[in-house]
Design a protein around this ligand. Sequence first.
Ligand SMILES: NC(=O)c1ccc[n+]([C@@H]2O[C@H](COP(=O)([O-])OP(=O)(O)OC[C@H]3O[C@@H](n4cnc5c(N)ncnc54)[C@H](O)[C@@H]3O)[C@@H](O)[C@H]2O)c1
Length: 337
Amino acid sequence: MNILITGGAGFIGSNFIIYWLKKYARDNIINLDALTYAGNLANLNSVANLPNYRFIKGNICNSRLVSNIIRDIDIIVHFAAESHVDRSITDPGIFLETNIYGTHLLLKAALKNKIKRFHHISTDEVFGSLLLKDKNKFNEKTPYHPRSPYAASKAAADHLVLSFCHTYGLPVTITNCSNNYGPFQHPEKLIPLTITNIIENIKVPLYGDGKNIRDWLYVEDHCRAIELVLKEGRVGETYCVGGLLKDVSNLAVIKMIFRLLQGNENLLTFVPDRPGHDRKYAIDWSKIKRELGWQPRYSLEACLVKTVNWYKNNRSWWQSLKNRQFQAYFKKQYPDL
Ligand SMILES: NC(=O)c1ccc[n+]([C@@H]2O[C@H](COP(=O)([O-])OP(=O)(O)OC[C@H]3O[C@@H](n4cnc5c(N)ncnc54)[C@H](O)[C@@H]3O)[C@@H](O)[C@H]2O)c1
């Protein structure tokens, strides 16, 4: 099988490529990635020399390039996106371009080439925000109510993907997943930022009162969910994917990391809240469990240990990302630190 992965040099895409090639050694993978600040070929060192893996540097918004690449492709797994909410608040334009327009171009190319499956990677953020006291969770029937430019761009992309299925018969599936963590996640995101700042003994920012709740999923569990949807998922369907059964606040996650690293808790610094900050996400993943037998295998406690150890053992990987450009971004994002 020939698979096109978009955004495969990013966090989840690279984990997925490594996962897939280990399991399906006879499949061919093409990884199309523009290598924005978030793309990093070092994530793929372990597969870079395999004969059935090929990297192409390019933008999904380049329709001529996409049409050339897509000719012999059976399946597209579409990860490429601008993915950081904070950056979408500062500069929404690029989010609309990549996440909406780029997805639309890929869909058109997929249709023209009679692709057997277009799988779109989406997020639980399209559903908006729950209240801290809410007992209900997001599921596949929850109306969309995106509240950040990032979430709005992903919501628009989801609608486009489903519209190509209903209008033109393109065989699509979507997964709406909660927050991932694990190896190769860019240090701008909450968990790696906390780990790496503690290791470097610099201040750890936390938005607002830290009571915001996220549903955390270890990235390998997400890769397994995508695999199952590709193999056994029903065309035209969306599947919610999440990791936790109990609520865990951002503050609690950060405190767990401080304990694991025996870090100095005085580094923890509350900073003014993110504008429009969603209070709570919680995901009901009973549909994918019922239909495909998926459930998370890994606990947050066990996998935070694994993740912290990975960052401890791969210092050069993240230190190269915390470069001058990153420092400038960090200063602008957290001027009070
Ligand atoms: N990280 C999470 O917690 C999470 C949760 C749910 C869903 N998602 C979704 O999963 C996908 C992957 O997320 P991630 O965390 O790995 O993101 P990431 O930011 O780590 O990686 C995105 C990748 O896409 C590439 N890219 C960006 N614009 C491109 C373009 N125009 N053309 C080609 N490549 C481009 C980047 O170079 C990068 O390699 C995204 O669609 C995101 O919305 C992420």
